[in-house]
Design a protein around this ligand. Structure first.
Ligand code: FCB
Length: 449
């Protein structure tokens, strides 16, 4: 058993303890019951995009097995669950026509969660853009998407806002823009252009702001935020060139998506760097004031630290050094102190807002043996990051909740099913049987402490 130095009693009574998933990664039933194709439906079909050639057509079949999955949540003892709504499941055409079967699915899910005393935290967009919006408008590349996303947010609120009080507009704009338009490693993934990537990122921030404005108008009490990728960046050593590389990396990964929302300005050095190369986004008058939208909370998705090295062969003059600390099997440094320091930085620099850790978790070897999975790496990783949460609270951070990624093993984007992040093992050779792992029982014990 993991020796957790903290118990749940050390945390505030109203702290949210949860787990997270996203629609395309767990639901399956892609194109079923009136769901329209998303850009991921299209992307996975292209040869060679997904490491093991799989897709999310079935995933964990959560669309059909949601009741069993809610029982797992209840058994685990969480008081919150973060999931995303699949846009093309509820509005297959983008906005106009709703798909009642899709709406019913989320209504049932939300009602049952509430009945079990589990608060829903709903992500509006976790990478599932309706394909039709990509075809019609080029998706996030066009400014049209800003109002369309606002309409979508309003429609979600009209359907679910009587019961859902915690909304997350976007999951990781960094990944939506740069993973697709710089790395071609995520949907739509057909164009490579740094300028376009930053243009997409700009539209994402404006779309987030539009959704915040719409929801706030409908319900001043509802809480709304954004989940940002949060990587703790340090230079690999004290060489001034590496220190400069770390500054650039930090602005690229983190500050570009935090700072404008808190101050109405992009980080200066990176913005200047982009301007010099004609890579800067086109910013219309008034955009930056709009982006400064006064949302309620930061969703922090934290996994690890990255070490920066100066590298002139790379477009942004940095690359990532080999990890040096203890790592997960996927070579991700286990560094809870990075979480604490990231949280403090966000707290101090970006407006003292409430903070939720909306994702934190790790891969592991995950070997099923005699019906058990002893995932000690993951169990230890979670325990140490929970201790980090306590430390951050003691240091004055407005931390309000912690969500483990993920409830269950699922479709890990371009990695397919080759890596696992779940507290619950999904046996893909045995009818997707759910098998709680050791980390599940450890987290459960903590939640009952
Ligand atoms: C996060 C994503 C989530 C999952 C985890 C492992 O960056 O938000 O969907 O892929 O990584």
């Amino acid at each position: 058993m993991i020796d957790l130095k903290t118990s749940k009693k050390d945390f505030p009574k109203d702290f949210y303890w949860g787990v997270a998933t996203s629609s395309y990664q767990v639901e399956g039933a892609d194109l079923e019951d009136g769901k329209g194709p998303s850009i991921w439906t299209t992307f996975v079909k292209r040869n060679g995009t997904i490491e093991d050639g799989t897709d999310g057509m079935i995933a964990c079949d959560h669309y059909h097995r949601w009741q069993e999955d809610i029982e797992l949540l209840a058994d685990l003892g969480v008081n919150a669950y973060r999931f995303s709504i699949s846009w093309p499941r509820v509005f297959p055409k983008g906005t106009d026509e709703k798909n009642q079967k899709g709406i019913d699915f989320y209504n049932k899910l939300i009602d049952k969660l509430l009945k079990k005393g589990i608060t829903p935290f709903v992500t509006m967009y976790h990478y599932e853009l309706p394909q039709i919006l990509q075809d019609k408008y080029n998706g996030w590349e066009s400014r049209d998407i800003i109002q369309i996303f606002g309409d979508y947010a309003e429609q979600l609120f009209n359907e679910f806002g009587d019961r859902v009080k915690h909304w997350i507009t976007l999951n990781q704009p960094l990944r939506i823009s740069h993973r697709s338009y710089i790395d071609n490693n995520a949907a739509p993934g057909t164009k490579k252009s740094v300028q376009l990537s930053f243009q997409v990122a700009h539209h994402l921030l404006l779309a987030h702001a539009e959704a915040v404005k719409r929801i706030k108008k409908l319900d001043a009490e509802a809480k709304i935020g954004i989940s940002n990728s949060t990587i703790f960046v340090e230079p690999v050593n004290e060489d001034p060139k590496n220190i400069a590389a770390a500054r650039m990396m930090d602005q690229f990964y983190n500050e570009w998506f935090y700072k404008p929302l808190a101050t109405g300005e992009y980080p200066e050095e990176l913005h200047h760097f982009l301007q010099e190369r004609n890579w800067a986004p086109v910013i219309l008058p008034g955009d930056m004031q709009k982006i400064l939208c006064g949302h309620d909370f930061w969703g922090v998705n934290y996994y690890s630290r990255s070490l920066a090295v100066f590298d002139t062969t790379k477009p942004f003059m940095f690359s990532e050094a080999e990890p040096v600390l203890e790592c997960t099997p996927q070579k991700m440094e286990i560094y809870p102190e990075g979480l604490v320091r990231s949280l403090k930085k966000i707290h101090e620099n970006y407006g003292m807002k409430d903070i939720y850790i909306t994702e934190n978790g790790s891969d592991d070897f995950d070997i099923l043996n005699n019906g058990e999975v002893k995932d000690d790496v993951r169990a230890g990783y979670i325990a140490r990051h929970i201790e980090g949460c306590l430390k951050a609270l003691q240091e004055g951070v407005n931390l309000k909740g912690y969500f483990v990624w993920s409830l269950m093993d699922n479709f890990e984007w371009v990695k397919g099913y080759t890596i696992r992040y779940g507290l619950v093992y999904i046996d893909r050779n045995n009818n997707l049987k759910r098998i709680p792992k050791k980390s599940f029982y450890d987290y459960q014990r903590f939640l009952n402490s």
